[in-house]
Design a binder for this molecule. Structure first.
Ligand code: PMP
Length: 381
């Protein structure tokens, strides 16, 4: 129950355990093509260009930035935690100038502050993390994207901890590049960087003054490959992670069969149950309000007298949780991932293990209160 890698479905793991197909195999090409088509559906971007490249979420961040941003460009970063800082470092390596608009830990920067930063001068792009995994803060992407569009900035969204779990409509919201990785709400073990670029993002890439410095990152190398696979015909640039791509096709198929709205609603229900559990235990979360709390994960302050050893106790109680990540408060909170295939039973088992671990950490709580609170939400009361 960590915020990625999550637990994977047996059908997805079976695809990984199958003999590796040739990347030039016609059946593999068809499966790759279906995966690309399903990405459009999951991202809400029927007119977008999907890219699937072997690498982690950080590579997806680099792909997104390196193709549309050039040296000298000013980019506003809506910073809600650790991954906003990482995007800033990536932009610096590209020779761009990141300008962070930060909120206090657990907050989202004011929309007016974002607009002031974007409109202060030419702004090539506006980058934002949908859910920052270090704080579990959910950014209001639709409103932020509107600001970017109004001022002619390309909108880049890091959806690593959100896409496939949180409500998201790339095209309707005017997002130009959305990136994610396989290991979270997409439901595939780590190793795939997933990016969908809008026609405006592709036009910005075509209009570059200089080619992308890295061959591996260049959309230009990958575009013919993705177009070819989507037609069901194999083509080579660099060997695809064939088993992961096969697993991606299976997982995206399950996501589309569930329906992205139903999937988001399931994540909301599970998140509601966890929130009820935190309230019942008298715990507070890093996000300062429910409106900016993720549905894919929770980040919860330790109560008085409880420290990082709590995570070890929860593990002994059968549930793997994560410690803190935000460098300023790393030792002061824990995180629970509740995305992907998580259901009511996982939720109840996790809340129950957290209760036992809290008691073993010296908290005087009444056992069962958090489970009952979570159950009420899950039962629709
Ligand atoms: N962005 C966000 C929001 C993330 O949560 C992560 C990983 N936790 C990344 C980017 C980077 O992904 P990776 O660790 O796969 O490189």
């Amino acid at each position: 129950m960590i915020p990625g890698p999550v637990e994977f479905e047996p059908e997805v793991l079976a695809a990984l355990a199958s003999p590796s197909p040739s990347h030039m195999d016609p059946d593999f090409a068809k499966a790759f093509g279906r995966a690309l088509g399903r990405m459009r559906e999951v991202f809400g971007a029927p007119g977008g260009q999907p890219f699937v490249v072997a690498g982690t979420g950080t590579l997806a961040m680099e792909l997104a930035a390196a193709n549309v941003v050039e040296a000298g460009d000013r980019v506003v970063v809506v910073n809600t935690g650790f991954f906003g800082d990482r995007m800033g470092r990536i932009l610096e390596r590209l020779g761009a100038t990141p300008e962070h608009v930060r909120a206090e830990i657990g907050g989202v920067p004011d929309l007016d502050a974002i607009e002031r930063a974007v409109s202060r001068g030419p702004c090539k792009a506006l980058a934002v993390t949908h859910v920052d995994t270090s704080t579990s803060v959910l950014a209001p992407i639709e409103a932020i994207a509107k600001i970017g569009r109004k001022h002619g900035a390309l909108v880049l969204v890091d959806g690593v901890c959100a896409t496939g779990g949180e409500t998201f409509r790339q095209e309707a919201w005017g997002v130009d590049v959305c990136l994610t990785a396989s290991q979270k709400a997409i439901g595939v073990p780590p190793g795939l960087a997933l990016v969908v670029a809008s026609p405006a993002a592709m036009a910005a890439w075509r209009a570059r003054k200089k080619p992308v410095a890295s061959l591996y990152l260049d959309f230009g190398e990958w575009l013919p490959i993705m177009e070819s696979y989507e037609r069901g015909a194999p083509q080579y640039f660099a060997t695809p992670a064939v088993n992961l791509v096969a697993a991606l096709e299976v997982s995206l198929g399950r996501i589309c069969a569930e329906g992205i709205d139903a999937r988001a609603a399931r994540h909301e229900r599970v998140a509601g149950a966890f929130r009820a559990a935190w309230r019942a235990l008298g715990l507070s979360t890093l996000p300062k309000s429910e409106a900016i709390s993720a549905h894919t994960m929770s980040a919860v302050w330790y109560p008085d007298g409880v420290d990082g050893s709590f995570v070890g106790r929860a593990r002994e109680e059968g549930v793997v949780l994560a410690g803190g990540l935000h460098p300023e408060v790393k030792t002061k909170y824990f995180r629970v991932g509740h995305m992907g295939a998580v259901d009511a039973s996982d939720t109840v088992a996790t809340v129950a293990a957290i209760e036992r671990a809290m008691v073993r950490s010296g908290r005087r709580i009444e056992l069962g209160v958090a489970v009952a609170a979570a159950q009420s939400v899950l039962a629709g009361r």
